[in-house]
Design a protein around this ligand. Sequence first.
Ligand code: ADP
Ligand code: MG
Length: 382
Amino acid sequence: MGEYRIPDQLKQFVTDNTIVVRSPGRINLIGEHTDYNNGFVLPAAIDKAVYVTIEQVSGTKLFLHSVDFNETVEIELNAIKPVPGHWSTYILGVVDQFLQKGKQIGGFKLSIYGDVPLGAGLSSSAAVECAVAFALNELLNARFSRKELALMAQAAEHTYAGVKCGIMDQFASLFGKKDHVIRLDCRSLEYEYFPLELGEYVIVLFDTMVKHSLASSEYNIRRSQCEEGVMLIGQNYSSVHSLRDATIEMVNECIGEFETAHRRCKYVVEEIDRLQKGCKDLERGDLKAFGQKMYATHEGLSKDYEVSCKELDYLVEYVKQYHMVIGARMMGGGFGGCTINIIKKDLVEELVNDLTVAYLKNMGKELKHYMVNIEDGTSIIN
Ligand code: ADP
Ligand code: MG
């Protein structure tokens, strides 16, 4: 377990009987758009996190204070409801999950602070939910397992934020392990850790600073294209219930004449296979082979799955010219957000400077970047 300290921003809220929980954001090394196809993902928790302090108070009122939004919300327990778009909704959604599970909750005072950038694709919302779930679990002595907490945090996002996310983000936040990635089987929720020994390399994210409005409509279209593919394959192979069960030969045989659906399904089947091989690379400590697969993922997401955008493609194409960047790809659902890059330490400063200038000149936007280290998942730090 690493050494995690209470951030200065929360120290004023901490007394002897305050519980303090840290829950990190996450990256995903490989395995994009595979979760809803029952495949695998390969996330890791990072050194940017959300922190929550909690302590019981008498009565039935909740006092929620956000340091980052400089705002306090007071609400009666029996009056909680979703407030989509407001920071409190992620917290109240988790409270609701505990109530749904029949847990008795009394009044409490909670304060929250984080340094996971909001809306950048590092899943600050999951970090909030998991921090709150873990803190409440401790406060109430409710004894839910980490897996149960992940599912409750996901349910909170569905019901109170209105975002029908998969389980990866919450799972990664709760199950992260320093210097390891988590291979999560989205079908069974079985997981295994693989070492990510970076040596002279670091992980850097480049933030396009764009979020195209296409993202959610195209997401739904991709999901239905995958379902269409599964239906076509299922006509010949009754054992295929998701693209996880399909091989590339099946995709070619059954969907070959449907050009678009074929490309979509081919990407997914290849990506699931690529992830499995990538884990072998990590076991061997072959970071370069792993990085090549990240480039291949980007190619697939851009050309076959078509969820990239010109800004993401620009950033990946740009870094490709440096042999000291051994892997790069868009991360997340697509149409904006960040790229994830594995870069030799010696190059980082120069590359960040050059790319910032080039990005402004060619894409007309200020580039942001985040260096991330892989850290442990949710824990109590006080
Ligand atoms: P992300 O990709 O970062 O998860 P979301 O839009 O899903 O982006 O979630 C961001 C929202 O989560 C914020 O607008 C805010 O409501 C909540 N949130 C994230 N971090 C914090 C924080 N430190 N304090 C309070 N709320 C937070
Ligand atoms: Mg989110």
